[in-house]
Design a protein around this ligand. Structure first.
Ligand SMILES: Nc1nc2c(ncn2[C@@H]2O[C@H](COP(=O)(O)OP(=O)(O)OP(=O)(O)O)[C@@H](O)[C@H]2O)c(=O)[nH]1
Length: 168
């Protein structure tokens, strides 16, 4: 998406991707919008989270300020997001524990306090990525245990439950 504004052009880096995970006997396909996390793009966020079953908010365990920013996104989702949206918090770059600034315990406690899924991940080393999506699948099971044959998808609904995940 490109937004023109006066004499400059602002390119919004929102990319789309899919991920499929197996959960119990079902394949769950996620349609994912990776949006720009910067504050200046906040007004555009509803375009992406509206109608979404889940939101993954990612911070960088080596940068404390990203964890503070994350809390603003949680507030935004709580105030303006779909009422039953499943929120997952991912502390990325857990391969860099030597330069960690955000304690795992603190992040986990915060996630628990808002009933969010929590996991530390490494996109670089593919740690806990699948586990994160499986946990989201667990929270938003199918409303229809027996979808019609030939059907290409099914609706998801939220089911509150306690997350259980630890990092690398
Ligand atoms: N060590 C390490 N580096 C990572 C990991 N994930 C991303 N990076 C690096 O961090 C930098 C930023 O990665 P991006 O994928 O652009 O992160 P982003 O959250 O999309 O950042 P924005 O583009 O600002 O929204 C890149 O240099 C990546 O290679 C990780 O798990 N471990």
């Amino acid at each position: 998406m490109v937004m023109k504004c006066r004499d400059y052009t602002l390119v919004l880096r929102a990319s789309f991707m899919t991920k499929t995970v197996q959960y119990q006997n079902e394949l769950h396909k996620f349609l994912i919008w990776d949006t720009a996390g910067q504050e200046r793009f906040r007004a555009l966020a509803p375009m992406y989270y509206r109608g979404s079953a889940a939101a993954i908010i990612v911070y960088d365990i080596t940068k404390e300020e990203t964890f503070s920013t994350l809390k603003n996104w949680v507030k935004e989702l709580r105030q303006h997001g779909p009422p039953n949206i499943v929120v997952a918090i991912a502390g990325n770059k857990c391969d860099l524990i030597d330069v960690r600034e955000v304690m795992e315990r603190d992040a986990k406690d915060y996630a628990d306090s808002i009933h969010a899924i929590f996991v530390e991940t490494s996109a670089k080393n593919a740690i806990n990525i699948n586990e994160l999506f499986i946990e989201i699948s667990r929270r938003i099971p199918s409303t229809d245990a027996n979808p019609p044959s030939g059907g290409k998808g099914f609706k998801l609904r939220r089911q509150p439950s306690e997350p259980k995940r630890s990092c690398c």
